[in-house]
Design a protein around this ligand. Structure first.
Ligand code: KG4
Ligand code: ZN
Length: 403
């Protein structure tokens, strides 16, 4: 059995481990199971990816019409051993050469987090390695530093299926939260709109996530054919809201369905225009809130370096149209836009391993006795600074998003 294969190597190498870790570059195995991707990777101190593996549950959840936590847990349990084994095998190292094991412990789906943590604790016990607990959103925020020289402090926008937030990253585990979603995350909204449009029946989109499908169709649509209003235009803060937008889109879909004499499961003729309008409205909302965050940072002198970076990550950051909207905002304000490649924007084990390396280098959160470690489904990112942003009530000048 695979379990035995990986774990049985432990006994033979524990004795030599101390010697090896002293003379070789430090290596971290990262394990990610916070939502619906089982990911693992081995990364070294220079950011070199030695081995990686990812099992995505997307296909199952697309068929079911959403993530069912018990199903997600079952699939993580079925795949974690294979995924970790593959990442370690690809890396060409023996598990005893690892310096530490880093695993997402918060935030995320309880049943999914549990699988990753329990499996990691077993490996730690077998290989006698230190454990590094990882905050999933911190990992998304810092991935870019594996690829580019991005110094603290920097502004970061994290947009995924579960989150939408703007923060200042001041250090590895030191964040100031400027704003977050008041209801759902943009990826969740795009996934729900895609489901409402029955895109799993669209031949070109049936294997894509909602966000990917909307981006694909939007390229062929005209956003001006569908009228949508911007969320929260009266709120002079950096919070987000997407549920009202989803309701607007649902009403438009109902109207179009009536007009077209629609049968359930069919694809509307104006689907591309709806996709283009939704994508644009999401992009404009993200751009506006980010613009305000930039102005706030400037006013308060929070980002002293010249041409400060705006880092954008999380699954929704794979979207080219959204990246272009943010590029317009950064260029107009003397900021530089930094996004990891799409593969590293969506969930993966590499970003967890890298966060482990960052913590190892800084000497923080290295746990030698992980008995008290628990997973935490809800975990805020950093110190909440959104009241100060609200108080500043900064007006954002009009910026034409010509994409
Ligand atoms: O970061 P991620 O892999 O998982 C979470 O932590 O949520 O993000 C997944 C989300 C999904 O909602 C998916 O629809 C969205 O990212 N997404 C996209 C694109 N690719 C994935 N949204 C917009 N455009 C894309 N190209
Ligand atoms: Zn994520």
């Amino acid at each position: 059995m695979v379990t035995h294969c990986l774990l049985s190597r432990a006994l033979s190498c524990v004795s030599g481990a101390r010697l090896l870790t002293q003379c070789k570059p430090r290596l971290v195995l990262g394990i990610e199971t916070s939502c619906d991707d089982t990911g693992a990777a081995v990364v070294d101190e220079t950011g070199k990816i030695l081995g990686e593996a990812l099992y995505s549950q997307k296909g199952t959840h697309l068929k079911a019409g959403g993530i069912i936590p018990t199903v997600a847990q079952k699939l993580h349990k079925e795949h974690i051993e294979k995924v970790v084994q593959e990442a370690v095998d690809n890396s060409g190292i023996s598990p005893c050469e690892l310096t530490a094991i880093a695993t997402t412990v918060k935030p995320g789906l309880a049943l999914s987090l549990q699988v990753g943590l329990e499996y990691s604790l077993k490996l730690i016990e077998q290989y006698k390695k230190p454990f590094i607990p990882i905050h999933h959103m911190e990992a998304h925020a810092l991935t870019v530093r594996m690829l580019h020289l991005v110094e603290f402090p920097f502004l970061v926008l994290l947009v995924s299926g579960g989150h939408s937030l703007l923060a200042i990253a001041r250090g590895i585990s030191d964040f100031l939260l400027l704003g977050q979603t008041l209801d759902e995350a943009p990826g969740d909204t795009l996934d729900k709109v895609a489901r409402r449009l029955s895109l799993k029946n669209h031949p070109a989109c049936c294997t894509m996530s909602g966000g990917e499908a909307i981006e694909y169709l939007a390229k062929m649509g005209n956003r001006l054919h569908v009228e949508l209003t911007q969320p929260m235009s009266q709120h002079l803060d950096c919070d987000f809201s997407f549920s009202g937008l989803r309701n607007q889109v649902n009403q438009i879909i109902v109207k179009k369905e009536k007009e077209e004499g629609f049968q359930e499961g069919q694809i509307l003729s104006c689907v591309n225009d709806i996709a283009a309008a939704v994508q644009h409205t999401v992009a404009a909302h993200l751009a506006k809130r980010t613009h305000r965050a930039i102005l706030f940072c400037k006013k308060e002198g929070l980002l002293p370096q010249p041409n400060p970076p705006l880092v954008v990550s999380g699954g929704v950051a794979s979207n080219e149209y959204i990246r272009k909207a943010l590029q317009i905002v950064t260029e107009a304000n003397g900021f530089s836009l930094r996004c990891p490649p799409p593969k590293l924007c969506t969930d993966n084990g590499i970003m967890i391993a890298w966060n482990g390396i960052e913590k190892l280098r800084a000497g923080v959160d290295i746990v030698h006795n992980p008995k008290g470690i628990r997973y935490e489904p809800k975990a805020p990112l950093g110190i909440n600074f959104s009241e100060q942003v609200k108080k500043a009530a900064l007006k954002v000048p009009y910026l034409k998003l010509k994409i």
